[in-house]
Design a protein around this ligand. Structure first.
Ligand SMILES: CC/C=C\C/C=C\C/C=C\C/C=C\CC/C=C/C(=O)SCCNC(=O)CCNC(=O)[C@H](O)C(C)(C)COP(=O)(O)OP(=O)(O)OC[C@H]1O[C@@H](n2cnc3c(N)ncnc32)[C@H](O)[C@@H]1OP(=O)(O)O
Ligand SMILES: Cc1cc2nc3c(=O)[nH]c(=O)nc-3n(C[C@H](O)[C@H](O)[C@H](O)COP(=O)(O)OP(=O)(O)OC[C@H]3O[C@@H](n4cnc5c(N)ncnc54)[C@H](O)[C@@H]3O)c2cc1C
Length: 662
C-alpha cells in the first residue's frame, strides 16, 4: 500500500484519493522528518500514547474553559511523569516535542517554556558548576522554569529593560528590583502560575555602571508550598487571542536578594569583589532567542501543515457544484481556485520544514563552536534566523487563513480547530522579536554586505551573500527551477542594492544614520523578505535534488514546480524588472498545469506528515473523513446542548417574551 492511511470504513472519497497517491507515505515521512529512524519513532510514540487511556483528552478542547484547559494539561503532565522513559528517549528534544504535541496540543501548558527556553538558557549560558546544580533538576522536572525577559514597557528594545540586578560586593549578592510599573516582566509563558524558577533577564549594575541585559537564575516560589517568595509579585496576564492553556505571566521584584552565583556565568562573570568580565561576543546572552528562532521554520511549517491536513482532507470529501459530469457534484478539491488556495501552501510547508532542519543543525553547531571559544558564526545565524522567522510566520498566517476559508462555513467553526491553529501560529509574528524589527536586523547584515562589495571586499561576504556581488545575466526560464532561483537572485540583489543606496543617499544628504535608516526602512524590509525567500527556495531545491528514491523525488519535483512558479508570480512587481510580461504569462500557465499535476497526490502529500487525529484535534480533518457524522456528534456534545432549555432562557428570555404578550 503506497498511502499508509488507507483503512477499512473510511470515507470512500478519501480512500479513492489515497489509492491515487503515487508514492509511499512512510518513505515521504522519513524525508520530512529527516530520517527513517525518527519517522518510525514518531509512529511508535503515537502508538504507545494511544495505549494509555489517561492521556486522552477528557473532552474536546473547544468546549473547555481556560481553567479547565490548564487543569487538563496538568493532569496529563502528572500521568506523563509516570511514563516518560517508557515513551521517549528523554535526551531527544524532537521526541519530547512530538510527545507534547500529541498529548498536550498547541494551546500551551506548564512546561511550554521549560524545554524550549529555560533548559536551553541553562545549557548555553550557565557555567559547568551551575549546570551541575540546576540542569539535572530541570531535566528531571523537579523544578519548572520559564524565560522572563519582556517587560510591560519594553520587549523589542532589550537595551531599555528596566529591571535591575545590582551587585553588592559587601554581601556578595545581587538585588533584583522592579523600579516602575512598566518594568514588570509581562508575557513570559508559564510564568504566571506554573513555574517556580525563571531565567530572568535584567540590567546588570555594578557600582553605578550599567552593563546591560544579563541572565539570572531566580527562584520565584517556595518548593514546598508553591507560594511566591517574599519580594516577588507574580501572576497571570489574562486571556489571549489563543494559546490560553498557557499562563503567560507578570513578575515584579521588590529588592529581591540573589546570591552572586545565580548570575549565569558561562560567558560573562562578576567576581566576589565586583570585577566584571565581559563576554567574548556582546550578544552572546541573546542565544536563547536565536535557539527558538532557529526552530521556528520547522514549528511554523508544522502549524501550517496541520491546517492543510484539515483543509485538503475536507476538500476531498466536500462535494459542491458540477464540472463535466452533471450526475454527481464534484469534490471541491477539483476546482482550480481551491488548488491555487492550498497547493502553494503545501509547497511552502515542505520548504519551511527543510529549512528548519538546516537552521536547527546550524544552531547546534554554533553552540559547540561557542563552547570552544569561536563566536564567528553568530552574526550569520542571527541574520538568517531573524529573516526566516519573520517570513515563515507571516506566510504561515496567510496559509492557515486560506485553509480556513477553503473549508467554507465549517472552517469558521471550532470543529475545524483552524482558528486555534491560526491564533497560536501568528503569535510567532510577535514573539522572539516583532517581525518588522527582525527583518531590519537582517537588513543591517545585507547593507553591510553591499558595503563590502562596494569597497572591493566581496571575498569577505558571508554565506548566501555572494549573489549580491554578481552581475545581472540573461535568464532562460526553460532551464528548470534554477532559472527561478536566478529570477529571485536578480530581484533580491536589485532590492538590497536599491534600499542600501537609498540609505546611503539620505545620509549623504545630511540625515543622521538613525533617521536615514528609518526613512529607508520599508525598502529595507522588502530587501530582507526577498533575500529570505531566495534562501527558502534554494534550500527546497537543494534538499529535493539530494533525494534518491525515484517516486518520492518525482512528486517533490512537482511540488518544487508549484513553489517556484507561485513564488515568482507572487513577487511579480519585482520580477518584472528581469522577466517580460510575456514570460510571466507563461509562468502563470506553468503554475496552473503544475497544480493539475499535483492534484492526484495532494491527500498523500499531507497524509505523509502522519499527524494523528489526537494531535490534530479537528473534527473536520479526521483521517476517516466522515465529516458530517463527526460534525453532528461534536455539536451534540456541546455543553449548550446538554439541556433542552437553558437557565438563561427561563430567567430572561421567557419573562421578556411573556411580558411582550400582555
Ligand atoms: C518556543 C517555541 C517552540 C515550539 C513551538 C511550539 C509551540 C509554539 C507556541 C507558542 C509559543 C510558545 C512560546 C513562545 C516563546 C516566546 C518567547 C519570547 O518571546 S522571549 C523574548 C523574545 N524577545 C525578543 O526576541 C526581543 C527582540 N529584540 C532583540 O533581540 C534585540 O533587542 C535586537 C536584536 C532587536 C536589538 O538588540 P541590540 O542589543 O539593541 O542590538 P543592535 O540592534 O544595536 O545591534 C547591534 C549588533 O548586534 C547584532 N546582534 C543582535 N542580536 C544578535 C544575536 N542574537 N547574535 C549575533 N548578533 C546579534 C546586530 O546584528 C548588530 O550587528 P551590527 O552592528 O549590525 O554588526
Ligand atoms: C504568545 C507570546 C508568548 C511570549 N512569550 C514570551 C516569553 O516566554 N518570554 C518573554 O520574555 N517574552 C515573551 N513574549 C513577549 C514577546 O517576546 C514580545 O512581545 C515581542 O518581542 C515583541 O515586543 P513588544 O511587545 O515590545 O513589541 P513592540 O516593540 O512594542 O512592537 C509594537 C510595534 O512597534 C514596532 N517597532 C518597535 N520597535 C521598532 C523599531 N526599532 N523599528 C521599527 N519598528 C519598531 C513593531 O514593529 C510593532 O509594529 C511573548 C509574546 C507572545 C505574544
Amino acid at each position: 500500500m503506497l498511502n499508509k492511511s488507507i483503512m477499512d470504513g473510511d470515507n470512500p472519497d478519501l480512500t479513492e484519493e489515497r489509492m491515487k497517491g503515487a508514492f509511499d507515505t512512510d518513505k515521504m515521512a522519513a524525508v520530512i522528518y529527516g530520517s527513517e529512524k525518527f519517522a518510525i519513532r514518531r509512529r511508535e510514540i503515537t502508538e504507545s500514547i494511544s495505549r494509555i487511556p489517561q492521556l486522552a483528552d477528557s473532552k474536546p478542547f473547544s468546549f473547555m474553559t481556560r481553567e479547565e484547559k490548564i487543569s487538563e494539561s496538568c493532569r496529563k503532565l502528572s500521568v506523563l511523569s509516570e511514563h516518560w522513559n517508557q515513551l521517549i528517549d528523554t535526551n531527544n528534544e524532537e521526541e519530547a516535542l512530538h510527545l507534547y504535541r500529541e498529548v498536550l496540543g498547541l494551546e500551551g501548558h506548564a512546561f511550554s517554556l521549560h524545554e524550549t527556553m529555560f533548559i536551553p538558557s541553562l545549557v548555553a549560558q550557565a557555567n559547568d558548576e551551575q549546570q551541575e546544580k540546576w540542569l539535572g533538576r530541570a531535566k528531571r522536572r523537579e523544578i519548572i522554569g520559564c524565560y522572563a525577559q519582556t517587560e510591560m514597557g519594553h520587549g523589542t528594545n532589550l537595551r531599555a529593560l528596566e529591571t535591575t540586578a545590582t551587585y553588592y560586593p559587601s554581601t556578595q549578592e545581587f538585588i533584583l528590583h522592579t523600579p516602575t510599573e512598566t518594568a514588570l516582566k509581562w508575557w513570559p509563558g508559564a510564568l504566571g502560575k506554573s513555574s517556580n524558577y525563571a531565567v530572568v533577564v535584567a540590567d546588570l549594575v555594578i557600582r553605578d555602571t550599567h552593563y546591560g541585559a544579563h541572565p539570572f537564575m531566580v527562584q520565584l516560589r517556595d518548593e514546598k508550598t508553591h507560594n511566591p517568595l517574599p519580594g516577588i509579585t507574580v501572576g497571570d496576564i489574562g486571556p489571549k487571542m489563543a494559546f490560553n492553556g498557557a499562563d503567560n505571566g507578570f513578575l515584579g521584584f521588590n529588592q529581591y536578594k540573589l546570591p552572586r552565583d545565580h548570575m549565569l556565568m558561562r560567558h560573562s562573570r562578576v567576581e566576589e569583589n565586583g570585577t566584571y568580565t565581559k563576554p567574548p561576543h556582546a550578544k552572546i546572552g541573546y542565544s536563547s532567542m536565536v535557539k527558538v528562532r532557529s526552530r521556528m521554520a520547522m514549528d511554523q511549517g508544522l502549524f501550517m501543515v496541520s491546517a492543510l491536513v484539515i483543509a485538503v482532507r475536507y476538500s476531498a470529501v466536500r462535494r459542491q457544484g458540477f464540472l463535466d459530469d452533471k450526475s454527481r457534484e464534484v469534490k471541491v478539491l477539483d476546482y482550480q481556485t481551491q488548488q491555487h488556495r492550498l497547493f502553494p501552501s503545501i509547497a511552502r510547508a515542505y520548504a519551511f520544514i527543510f529549512c528548519g532542519f538546516e537552521t536547527i543543525q546550524l544552531y547546534d553547531q554554533l553552540l559547540i563552536d561557542v563552547k570552544n571559544g569561536d563566536t564567528s558564526g553568530m552574526s550569520d545565524l542571527h541574520a538568517l534566523t531573524s529573516g526566516l522567522k519573520s517570513v515563515v510566520t507571516h506566510q504561515t498566517g496567510e496559509g492557515i487563513e486560506q485553509a480556513r476559508m477553503a473549508c467554507g462555513g465549517h472552517g469558521y467553526s471550532m470543529a475545524s480547530y483552524i482558528s486555534e491553529i491560526y491564533g497560536v501560529a501568528i503569535g510567532g509574528c510577535t514573539y522572539e522579536g516583532e517581525n518588522m524589527v527582525m527583518l531590519l536586523q537582517l537588513a543591517r547584515y545585507l547593507v553591510k554586505s553591499v558595503e563590502l562589495v562596494k569597497t572591493g571586499k566581496s571575498k569577505e561576504l558571508g554565506p548566501m551573500m555572494n549573489y549580491l556581488a554578481e552581475p545581472d545575466t540573461q535568464i532562460d526560464l526553460t532551464s528548470g527551477p534554477e532559472a527561478y532561483v536566478k529570477v529571485f537572485q536578480h530581484a533580491a540583489r536589485r532590492q538590497v542594492w536599491k534600499a542600501t543606496d537609498k540609505f546611503h543617499q539620505l545620509m549623504e544628504s545630511g540625515q543622521s544614520r538613525d533617521i536615514a535608516w528609518n526613512n529607508s526602512a520599508v525598502e529595507l524590509t522588502r530587501a530582507s523578505r526577498l533575500h529570505t525567500r531566495l534562501y527558502i527556495m534554494e534550500t527546497f531545491i537543494r534538499r529535493v535534488s539530494s533525494i534518491s528514491d525515484v517516486s518520492i523525488k518525482k512528486v517533490l519535483i512537482d511540488l518544487v514546480n508549484v513553489h517556484v512558479n507561485y513564488e515568482v508570480l507572487d513577487i511579480g512587481t519585482y520580477a518584472l524588472e528581469h522577466v517580460s510580461s510575456t514570460q510571466l504569462d507563461s509562468i502563470r500557465s506553468q503554475l496552473y498545469s503544475s497544480l493539475d499535476t499535483l492534484r492526484p497526490n495532494a491527500v498523500s502529500l499531507i497524509d505523509s506528515f502522519q499527524i494523528s487525529d489526537m494531535q490534530l484535534r479537528s473534527v473536520l480533518g479526521r483521517r476517516d473523513g466522515h465529516v458530517y457524522t463527526n460534525l453532528f456528534e461534536w455539536a451534540k456534545a456541546s455543553p449548550l446542548n446538554q439541556t433542552h432549555v437553558l437557565p438563561s432562557v427561563n430567567q430572561y428570555l421567557k419573562p421578556m417574551m411573556d411580558k411582550a404578550k400582555l
